[in-house]
Write a protein of this length. Sequence first.
Length: 542
Amino acid sequence: MVPEPLPLSDIIQVNVSAASPPIGALAFNQGLIVGPSTVIPSYGSNPRMRQYASLDEMLADFWNGTEPEYLAATIYFSQKHTPQFVWIGRRDLTAIRTAIPSGRTVNDGIMNSVTDPTHLTSATAAFVSGDIGKKVLVTGAGAAGVDLDTTIASISSGTVAVLNSPCLHTVAAAQASIGDTGRAYMSGDQVGVTEGSASNGILSVLTVGEGGVVLTLGTTIGNQGTGYTVTTGLATTDGSGTGLKVDTTAIGETYLQAVEACNLARNNNPDQQWYGFMCCAATDGDHLDLAAWSSANWQVAMYFGSSTDVAIPSGTAGNIALQIKALTDRAFIMFSTTQLGLYPNNIYAAAGPLGEACGLNTGLAGSAFTLNLKQIVNVAPEPLTQTQYNAIVAAYCNVVCSFGPYAGYLVSGILSSGEFFDQILDRAMLINQIQVNLMNLLIAVPKVPQTNPGEHQLIAQVDAACSNMASIGYIAGGVWEGAPVLGLKIGQALPLGFLDQAQPYALQSAGDRAARKAMPIYCAIIEAGAVHSVVVQVNVQL
């Protein structure tokens, strides 16, 4: 038999290494519309958020065309610069908003093992007839000072409860837990809530008292469940203790909780990406909460809200636009009314600028934009006096109105901080691109050494992000007028519009080197800006 030839790998060894695909940047050109319709479930198959490329796709997914989210999406997709996608998010009005233990704690109970050992006396009127038959746990009143676990036999007065078992140890300041507050729970326990066909409701045990009785409960975003009602005495599962029942005291996610749930879903799924978001028929309280959340998370989310508050154009002190201007800094608020019922869909007016922004933001060369003076389709312009217009603008509020023959144009694309939306959007895009570029580099290479050549690899990634934003039109060449930054001096020309620098590793501290930190990178950019108004002086010779 002729032997098989030896393998070539004995002489030539070839190793194949397939790099992980790089992570992409956030989708800053996709909007989110949140509403209460039940087409999208909160849990189960394809829950919480769904992406649509058109209204037809929504109809094919069993929307009937009359829901608030659909009407808002109609405005969103109607803009002259049509966005590619919209996300629709669910606000669950059957989720648990607040819950308490099915019982309460009396903190000033007194029991005497010699005189009336079955009498639990409170200095305050702590007992009611409805307590009869309920469980009660009296701290330290049992044998050898253990807890006395019994039930209430009768109420002799508002301050005395007669127990079915006597105390064996006198206590002068007992904590008595009445009802189904549980036993042996720990702070941080997670307990499921059982009610009929409701599901996925999980509560957190926030605080416990003596014996592990539950004092307070809280909800967690993403675990508020669905299908619940305001009910008492619901059984619970899990946790380190037993015997806890709960009363659901308020049902329905707030809009803030719904947006936070959508954000959680996005964080758990890189395919679910959006930046600007709006909520259908949000109240003034919702606007304040959502604007505050947007301000804290502006790098990844921006709130678009629309208010019908006529106090805004009146300039009335304390109107919602002025409140948001005073309390938050990065939210897009606009004034829009139904004008006595003529234009009912104007309550979803924020979908117009949101859709236009997503349609304009293609990411292609020269695609930088401003929302100022963009015509907003399917939103009726507001008939304003000059005084009303001035009041709206002074509140850093936006509005669709008409200028001479130009009807239905948005002014001024401004945020509650007085900054313009495009400025903050472009900064968020630059920050995200820098983060993604650097992260992908650290993942792709075996290591970036703590050397000056290694630092140049990092700087190159920041350069690439800045170069991309320059091609879009956000960054432009000019003369640096800011404070000096390392080698960058006041008055120095930046032909590219940016300069990224770092100090040499010779200057790094031993602690930072041991912690494997890079040298800080200093990124200086010059924004291209945008023209929003023009002054022309006409000189006439007669």
